[in-house]
Design a protein around this ligand. Structure first.
Ligand code: ADP
Ligand code: ZN
Length: 614
């Protein structure tokens, strides 16, 4: 569909040329080609009336056999004949010399024709390769890669299992529908929404659904399309994209794979990637200079928020972030329901069972399962899809996913269940820890997902010592639970330990919370949160102090560890009950957790959302 306006005129030209050529041959006066000897015979026989002699040929008129017939036009190849002219004069034949006009033919033959042929072949190849001639011919115009849908037919009903994300987008829809009303009521106009989640969780689908629900146009481009070989092209494309969005407002711009353009600047190996940096700068500038009142929302998707340039996440840019989680058991069932709508299903099919068999699957995987199952049934000439086909389809899809290492095996799942239960119980039993909001063992794929969504919260630096100690304890809870249950530990706690150590170190070095070292700050300023610049900061203390600091950190962690061990050993039954339930349901909310821990439903104040400890 791209390239078309460029390719077709070329072909029209080519065809027109062929027709023109054929007509020339067909309509040209009939010329008899004769040999030179025939010509000489005719000449001696007095048959030749007139000739015109050019470099290579002799053309002329010959008298017909019978006097009332038409004269014959002839042509012959000229040979070296010194006496020709005198002979023609002697016989009274009119003759004239002529310079052959071959330039037009030469031009056509040797220039225009091959050129057209080459252009034709090239455009054909280019089209085959998928680039489209448009991409080359209109460098800077993103039209070749930009897809515009005036009306996506997708609605929120097509998106299932990610209700939290849907809820957060309701406001955006509201705004797109009635921007004026929204402004009158004083709503802060959103500009950019970043959808964060693993591939296939439905980010694109969600963005389309927002456009569909709000009945606005949907412009989509992939971040990788911005990154071109030539410096400046990406930036030009960004400019073009925003210009088009202004024209089509109200609309949604959706940038898939934002990380392809949005990586932190100046991080390239050899002094940075100029082209990408330029493109990103352009994007930031466009977002800043953008008038939201026209009703344009920029949405973007990424599964690697941690590599994004922090500038992208500042207010007025992608300051809203929506997590698109992997669906839990219930969510998977809902998604399956959406996808079997157009499939004939046998009565033995139980979507609950299918959902239970597909932990870790994202929406795209489930769509794949339904599709595979339908294909299998078709191959077997069945009228409807039965459970057997679903079972087989699941196995196939799992096989594909295992190669990509995206599903947990049973043992991993069990360990994770105990690990998470450990975190949750410790948080529940410690007075100063943030209360648990939800526990889940649905693999998140991206380890950094939870991390980035806890954007540097200010209160982190306004915490009391006991709060910090309890947070430390919660972090250790996962590992201790593993130890108590399996008598060994997994690598899954590595990130927890890292964070625990960070907290302990901050307590000693920054906050002066160690009795031994006292009210001293050893660190001048905090390092940037996103970029862990390696290289030790210049120390301003002696080796001995450094050793003391290390000892203090270790002491804090060791003491906390013992405390956690005490808590969890005392509630081993609860730990097991919780882990078992988690294994079964994959996700447990706060009410259910309380019920398991305290035996009955109990309304308790929740202090804040739990952090995504893993
Ligand atoms: P992403 O953009 O997150 O990689 P997509 O939106 O492209 O994922 O999802 C690919 C396909 O998977 C969708 O077109 C849809 O058929 C299916 N799908 C993914 N998530 C969901 C969901 N939550 N509900 C229904 N279908 C889904
Ligand atoms: Zn953990």
């Amino acid at each position: 569909m791209d390239g078309k306006p460029v390719v077709s005129p070329l072909w029209y030209l080519f065809v027109a040329f062929l027709i023109f050529w054929a007509m020339q041959i067909y309509l040209a006066p009939k010329v008899n080609e004769i040999t030179y000897s025939e010509f000489k015979t005719a000449l001696t026989g007095g048959k030749i009336e007139e000739v015109s002699i050019s470099g290579n040929t002799i053309k002329g008129l010959m008298k017909p056999e019978t006097s009332n017939a038409e004269k014959i036009t002839f042509v012959t190849v000229r040979v070296d004949d010194k006496d020709l002219v005198s002979e023609l004069s002697a016989r009274g034949v009119k003759y004239k010399g002529e310079v052959e006009t071959t330039w037009l033919r030469d031009l056509l033959m040797f220039w225009v024709f091959p050129l057209i042929l080459m252009l034709g072949a090239w455009s054909f190849i280019a089209k085959r390769m998928g680039g489209g001639v448009g991409g080359v011919m209109s460098i800077g115009k993103s039209r070749a890669k930009l897809y515009v849908e005036m009306e996506t037919k997708v609605t929120f009903n097509d998106v299932a299992g990610i209700d939290e994300a849907k809820e957060e987008l309701l406001e955006i829809i509201e705004f797109l529908r009635t921007p004026e009303k929204f402004q009158r009521l004083g709503g802060r106009i959103p500009k950019g929404v970043l959808l964060v989640g693993a591939p296939g969780t439905g980010k694109t689908l969600l963005a389309k659904a927002v456009a569909g629900e709000a009945k606005v146009s949907f412009l989509t481009i992939s971040g990788s399309d911005f990154v071109e070989m030539f410096v400046g092209v990406g930036a030009a494309r960004v400019r073009d994209l925003f210009a088009q969005a202004q024209e089509k407002a109200p609309c949604i711009i959706f940038i898939d794979e934002l990380d392809a353009v949005g990586r932190a600047r100046g991080m390239g190996v050899f002094g940075g990637d100029q082209e990408r940096d330029q493109t990103l700068n352009q994007l930031l500038a466009e977002m800043d200079g953008f008038d939201t009142r026209k009703g344009v929302i920029i949405m973007a998707a990424t599964n690697r928020p941690e590599v994004l340039d922090p500038a992208l996440l500042r207010p007025g840019r992608f300051d809203r972030q929506v997590v698109v989680d992997r669906p839990d058991l219930k969510g998977r069932e809902e998604i399956l329901k959406v996808h079997i709508k157009n499939v004939k299903i046998g009565s033995d099919v139980d979507l609950k069972v299918i959902a239970a068999r597909t932990p870790g699957f994202v929406g795209a995987d489930l769509a794949n399962v339904v599709n595979e199952a339908a294909l299998l049934s078709a191959r077997r000439d069945k009228e409807y899809v039965s459970m057997a086909e679903f079972e087989e389809a699941i196995d196939r899809v799992i096989g594909g996913l295992e190669k990509k290492k995206r599903v947990m095996n049973k043992k991993e799942k069990e360990i994770t269940a105990y690990h998470e239960s450990g975190h949750a119980l410790v948080a529940e039993f410690l007075p100063n820890a943030d209360k648990v909001h939800k526990i889940s063992i649905i693999p998140r794929g991206v380890a950094a997902l939870g991390y980035t969504l806890q954007l540097p919260t200010e209160d982190r630096y306004l915490m009391t010592k006991s709060e910090l100690l309890d947070r430390l304890a919660v972090l250790l809870g996962g590992r201790v639970a593993e130890e108590l249950t399996f008598q060994e530990v997994s690598t899954g706690a590595q990130n927890d330990l890292q964070r625990a150590t960070d907290i302990a170190r901050s307590m000693v070095k920054e906050f002066g919370m160690s009795e031994k070292l006292g009210l001293v700050t050893f660190e001048k300023e905090r390092r940037p949160l996103f970029l862990d610049v390696s290289g030790t900061p210049s120390k301003e203390y002696s080796e001995e102090t450094a050793r003391d600091i290390d000892r203090e950190i270790k002491r804090i962690i060791d003491e906390t560890y013992e405390k956690v061990k005490g808590i969890l050993s005392g509630h081993k039954d609860t730990l097991e009950k919780l882990a078992k339930r988690l294994l079964e349901k994959e996700a447990i909310d706060k009410e259910e957790l309380r019920e398991i821990v305290y035996g009955k439903k109990e309304e308790k104040e929740t202090k804040s959302e739990a952090e995504g400890v893993r």
